[in-house]
Write a protein that binds this ligand. Structure first.
Ligand code: GLN
Length: 541
C-alpha cells in the first residue's frame, strides 16, 4: 500500500458490560492484519479522568503496563504488544484525564481566544487529534482504536461523538466499527439471549454510530437463528455476527475470527485485499494444548486474588511454556502466610519453581524474603522480579553475609544494613504520578552467567518501574559471599540482575522481563526459568 493512501480505522467498542475482552478482540484483529502484511497499530482510549493508571490500585485497574518510553499505561497495551509485536509509545494510550488537562491548560493560556470552551468541539477535537497522532508521521495502514468502558457510559460520550465525526470525515471505506457484546445463556430456558446486544446497539445508534461487525462473546456456540435475530435487530448482515465463544487460550481468538471470515469482512470494507498467514499461531495453539510436561510455579505476591494484577507474567508463562513444551500451572502464594522455614517448606511442597513478584509496600515482605531463602537453600528454580530481586538481596545479605536484620528502607527506614535503598534521583520527589525510574534502560551482561546465556548477548534493554535499588555500599560484601551481579547499568551504576552460581537457576532482575515477552518470542529469562522448572520436575518425580 502506498504512503499516500488514507489511514483506515477500525473502532472497537463494547456493549452490555465491561470485561468482555475488547482488548483481546482489538489485538486479535491486529494479529490477522499484521500477519497479512498490513502495517497496523492499536490505540486505547480510556474515558476515566486519571491522567494514567500509574497511581491506580491494581484492584481497580489491574496491572500497569510500562512502555519503553516510560509511560504507564493500561494493561490492554500489553496484549497489543504481545499480539502484534511492536513497541508502543505514549501515543498509543490516551485517557480522558490527559485530554481534559490539555484542553484546560490551553484555556488557561488563552489559546481559545475568548471562545466558550465546550465538550463539542474542543474536547472532541482533541480526541480526534489524539486518534490521528498515533499515525503521524504516517507509518501504519490501519489504526485499530479501542474505547474502554461500555457504550452508554456518561464519560465515554465525548469519545463516541469523536468517532462519529471522524468516521464521517474519513469516509465509508476508511473506517469500520466492531461492537463487542455478550450473549448471556439462560439456563432455565436453555437459550442464548440477544436482547442485551440489541439494547447496546440501540445505545450506539442513539449516538449516531452503527456496528459493522458484532463480536458476540458467549459460553456456547451461536446458532444461525440467533445470528439472524441479532442481524435483523441490529441492522447488520448475519455473516457480520461473529461468534466469540470462550476458548482455552486467548491466542485462539484470531483463529476463530479467521474461521468466520473476519479478514474478508475487513478486506471488503476497507478495500485491502490481503490474506493472513495463521500457520504459526495454529502451531502455537497446538503445542499449548498438547504439552509434554507440566510444571507448577509458585507466584508469590500481594494481589494473589486478582490475576489481572500480574497479567504480563501469566502471559509470559504461556509463551515460555509453549517453547518448552510444558504446561505452566500457577499456585498463588500470599507471602503474609510464610513466617518461618517450616511454613515456607509447607507452602512450596511439590512446586517446580518460585517466582517472586514485583510490588510496593511492606505487606508480606518478610514472607518474600523467606521465599527467596527457601528457593536458594533447596535449590528450586527461582526468578525474582523487581521487588523480587530486592527481597533476594535482603535474604542473601541476612543469611549469607551475616548482616543480621538487613533490609530495604522501603520496609524499615531505620535498618542497620540498608542493602536496598531509595535511588538518589528519587529522594527529593514528593508527587506520585510518573516519578519512578520508568521505562527502558540499557544493561550490560557478564559473559558466562546464566542471564547472559539466556539472552545470548551482552547488551540488553529492559523496562523498569521502581524507586529503590541495590545499595552500592554493600555490593562488594555481597559479591565476596557469592552473589553474582550478572547485569549492571554502567551509566547509572545500578545493579540490574543478580544470580547464584551453586544453584540450578536462581536469577533476579530489577527490571520487568514480563513486559517484553511476545507470542512469537518468549522472553529469554522466562524461557530459561521454565526450562529449569521442567528439569527440576523431571529430577524430583
Ligand atoms: N517497591 C519497589 C521499588 O519501588 C519495587 C517496585 C516493583 O517491584 N515494581 O523499588
Amino acid at each position: 500500500m502506498s504512503a499516500a493512501k488514507p489511514t483506515k480505522y477500525i473502532f472497537v467498542l463494547g456493549g452490555v458490560m465491561s470485561g468482555l475482552g475488547k482488548g483481546i478482540t482489538a489485538s486479535s484483529i491486529g494479529y490477522l492484519l499484521k500477519n497479512a502484511g498490513i502495517r497496523v497499530t492499536i490505540l486505547k482510549l480510556d474515558p476515566y479522568l486519571n491522567v494514567d493508571p500509574g497511581t491506580m490500585n491494581p484492584y481497580q485497574h489491574g496491572e500497569v503496563f510500562v512502555l519503553d518510553d516510560g509511560s504507564e499505561t493500561d494493561l490492554d497495551l500489553g496484549h497489543y504488544e504481545r499480539f502484534i509485536d511492536i513497541d508502543m509509545t505514549k501515543e498509543n494510550n490516551a485517557t480522558a484525564g490527559q485530554i481534559y488537562s490539555i484542553v484546560l491548560d490551553r484555556e488557561r493560556r488563552g489559546e481559545y481566544l475568548g471562545q466558550t470552551v465546550q465538550v463539542i468541539p474542543h474536547v472532541t477535537d482533541e480526541i480526534i487529534h489524539r486518534i490521528k497522532s498515533v499515525n503521524s508521521p504516517k507509518k501504519y495502514d490501519v489504526v485499530i482504536c479501542e474505547v474502554g468502558g461500555t457504550v452508554g457510559d456518561i464519560e465515554s460520550l465525548p469519545f463516541m461523538e469523536s468517532i462519529r465525526q471522524l468516521s464521517l470525515e474519513v469516509g465509508y471505506h476508511n473506517h469500520m466499527i466492531v461492537h463487542v457484546t455478550l450473549l448471556p445463556f439462560v439456563k432455565a430456558s436453555g437459550e442464548l439471549k440477544s436482547k442485551p446486544t440489541q439494547h447496546s446497539v440501540m445505545k450506539l445508534r442513539e449516538i449516531g454510530l452503527s456496528p459493522d461487525i458484532i463480536f458476540c462473546r458467549s459460553e456456547y456456540p451461536i446458532d444461525r437463528s440467533v445470528r439472524e435475530k441479532i442481524a435483523l435487530f441490529c441492522n447488520v448482515h448475519p455473516d457480520h455476527v461473529i461468534e466469540g465463544r470462550d476458548v482455552p487460550s486467548i491466542y485462539e481468538v484470531p483463529l476463530i475470527m479467521f474461521e468466520q471470515n473476519m479478514m474478508e469482512l475487513v478486506n471488503s470494507r476497507l478495500k485491502l485485499d490481503k490474506e493472513p498467514d495463521i500457520s504459526h499461531l495454529q502451531k502455537f495453539n497446538e503445542r499449548y494444548k498438547h504439552p509434554e510436561h507440566k510444571v507448577i510455579i509458585a507466584m508469590c505476591g500481594k494481589y494473589t486474588e486478582l490475576i489481572d494484577a500480574y497479567k504480563s507474567v501469566l502471559e509470559a508463562f504461556v509463551h515460555a511454556g509453549v517453547e518448552n513444551n510444558s504446561r505452566v500451572d500457577v499456585r498463588w502464594v500470599h507471602t503474609e502466610k510464610i513466617v518461618d522455614d517450616l511454613s515456607a517448606a509447607k507452602t512450596f511442597k511439590n512446586i517446580d519453581g518460585i517466582l517472586l513478584l514485583p510490588g510496593f509496600g511492606s505487606r508480606g515482605g518478610e514472607g518474600k524474603i523467606l521465599s527467596s531463602k527457601h528457593a536458594r537453600e533447596k535449590k528450586i528454580p527461582f526468578l525474582g522480579i523487581c521487588l523480587g530481586l530486592q527481597c533476594a538481596v535482603i535474604d542473601f545479605a541476612r543469611y549469607k553475609c551475616g548482616l543480621n536484620g538487613a533490609n530495604s528502607t522501603e520496609y524499615n527506614k531505620k535498618t542497620e544494613y540498608p542493602v536496598i535503598d531509595l535511588m538518589e534521583s528519587q529522594k527529593a520527589i514528593k508527587i506520585k504520578g510518573g516519578t519512578m525510574r520508568l521505562g527502558a534502560y540499557d544493561c550490560e551482561l557478564k559473559t558466562g552467567t546464566k542471564t547472559y546465556n539466556a539472552y545470548r548477548k551482552k547488551k540488553i534493554s529492559e523496562r523498569h518501574r521502581h524507586r529503590y535499588e541495590v545499595n552500592n555500599r554493600y555490593r562488594s560484601r555481597l559479591e565476596k559471599n557469592g552473589l553474582v551481579f550478572s547485569g549492571v547499568n554502567k551509566n547509572l551504576d545500578v545493579v540490574e540482575t543478580i544470580e547464584l552460581t551453586n544453584h540450578p537457576w536462581f536469577v533476579a532482575t530489577q527490571f520487568h522481563p514480563e513486559l517484553k515477552s511476545r507470542i512469537n518470542r518468549a522472553h529469554p529469562l522466562f524461557r530459561e526459568f521454565i526450562n529449569a522448572a521442567v528439569k527440576y520436575n523431571t529430577k524430583v518425580s
